[in-house]
Ligand binder design. Structure first.
Ligand code: URP
Ligand code: ZN
Length: 449
């Protein structure tokens, strides 16, 4: 199938250009003025008045995640459809093995679970323990193209790692040329604080937040950086939420250490005052790390502008109101996580670009290009260039709507961005040269994957 996009206002991370884009066999064949399609039945799309961006890449989602409260509410099908509607054409999810399970077996299982997705999907792999064969398993993953290894410094009772195991993982990953991505929170201190608060009869959602203070995120970030330096291992710190964490990240970057940082829309736009609300509201915002203060938001925006934070993921992990209600009498039982994969691009466009915090080119960099570069998908993805995959969004900057759980497409009856307005929309989305969303509807092509 040949598709010609006429009069595209192309926005890449490095440059903008007005031109036509000719796509064929899944790739961008030509970019230039007054292009003519090669075949008679080529589809012509007129893009004047809209921007054309590379498809969004969300480097941090948890579809169909098993938890004590049941699976997270979006499976790969519903979650990837919601992502697509928001202009995201690639997600990176996680392979989390069961105790004792070989990484290769866990990858096989997870790929099976992800089969019903409608967009491109890659995985980070999580070593949750150490064993004699782990170094070889990590080496095999890297050989097979799985180069990013996610470790948790929180959740010590289930998947979290102690520092000695963390160091072993980092050394093995560094030896074979991979990267470690980290959830940084001081797990032991948090566990103690949670249990102490519960024992004192402090059981509402705000104690989730109070048991996970910014200083313990920052301490974990500092520790992770120290261990990575010892192991000579590149690291990527997920969902940075606290100003104090940024200080350690920036110091390490200044010294030349490979430390990459991600944040999420919720940490840029929401704050911890929400935890003072009643259970039905506050529980919806229970996530780890929790929401922080307004000054942390401003620090995160500055860190994006200065290049200390280079990617925006969503940590998409929605739970329904009914699942959240399982923690009515015990904040420790409220499932951690919120949804956002559908609104990432809208929120960052409105609050980043339209509020003059970032330029359009920086917007493309943090929502697509930098993730592609960080996770080995560039130059196939993350840019509009000859030879790259034709993953494109035609972005209408003048389409306004209020975000609501009643109209969103995520499989969840709540939305932490309820009431936010968006000023734009992905009017048409192409994935690998096929139109997969047009006029707000998924096309037959979407489902033919
Ligand atoms: O609260 C969160 N972030 N839930 C998803 C799992 C994780 O910690 O990333
Ligand atoms: Zn996560």
């Amino acid at each position: 199938m040949e598709i010609l996009i006429k009069n595209a206002n192309i926005i890449n991370a490095g440059f903008t250009k007005s031109a036509d884009i000719l796509c064929k066999n899944g790739k961008i064949l030509e970019i230039g003025k007054d292009l003519i399609p090669q075949s008679e039945n080529a589809k012509i799309i007129y893009a004047e008045g809209n921007y054309v961006f590379p498809g969004g890449i969300d480097p941090h989602v948890h579809m169909h995640l098993p938890t004590p409260a049941g699976y997270s509410a979006d499976d790969f099908e519903s979650g990837s459809k919601a992502a697509l509607r928001g202009g995201t054409t690639t997600i990176i999810d996680f392979v989390t093995p069961k105790k004792g399970q070989i990484l290769q077996d866990a990858i096989k299982e997870r790929k099976e679970e992800a089969k019903n997705r409608v967009i491109d999907c890659y995985f980070h792999v999580s070593p949750i323990e150490w064993r004699d064969t782990m170094e070889q398993e990590i080496a095999q993953c890297i050989k097979d193209g799985y180069k990013s290894f996610k470790v948790y410094m929180a959740y010590k009772e289930s998947i979290g790692l102690n520092d000695d195991v963390l160091l072993k993982v980092m050394k093995a990953v560094a030896k074979y040329g991979g990267m470690v991505t980290l959830h940084c929170e001081m797990g032991d201190k948090i566990e103690e604080a949670r249990n102490q608060l519960y024992a004192e009869n402090k059981r509402s959602p705000k104690y989730h937040s109070l048991s996970r203070p910014a200083k313990w995120e920052a301490q974990a970030v500092k520790r992770a950086i120290e261990l990575a330096e010892q192991a000579h291992c590149p690291i990527y710190i997920v969902h940075v939420s606290a100003k104090e964490s940024l200080y350690h990240i920036e110091e390490a970057q200044k010294k030349g250490q490979k430390v990459i940082a991600e944040t999420c829309p919720q940490y840029l736009l929401l704050d911890d005052s929400i935890y003072e609300e009643d259970f039905e509201t506050a529980a919806n915002y229970v996530m780890s790390p929790p929401l922080r203060k307004k000054e942390d938001q401003e620090a995160l925006w500055s860190a994006i502008k200065s290049g200390v934070v280079t990617t925006i993921g969503t940590d998409h992990c929605p739970f329904t109101k009914e699942q959240k209600a399982l923690g009515k009498d015990d904040f420790r039982k409220i499932p951690n996580g919120t949804g956002g994969v559908e609104q990432r691009l809208n929120l960052i466009y409105k609050h980043g670009v339209l509020e003059n915090r970032i330029t359009l080119q920086e917007y493309v960099a943090i929502t697509s290009t930098n993730a592609a570069k960080t996770f080995g998908l560039f130059p196939q993805k993350g840019q509009i260039a000859v030879g790259s995959e034709a993953d494109l969004i035609i972005w209408n900057p003048g389409s306004e709507e209020t975000i609501s759980s009643k109209t969103h497409h995520m499989n969840c009856n709540l939305n932490i961005n309820e009431g936010f307005t968006r000023k734009d929309s992905a009017e048409l989305v192409m994935l690998a040269g096929r139109v997969v969303l047009e006029n707000g509807k998924l096309t037959a092509e979407t489902l033919r994957r």
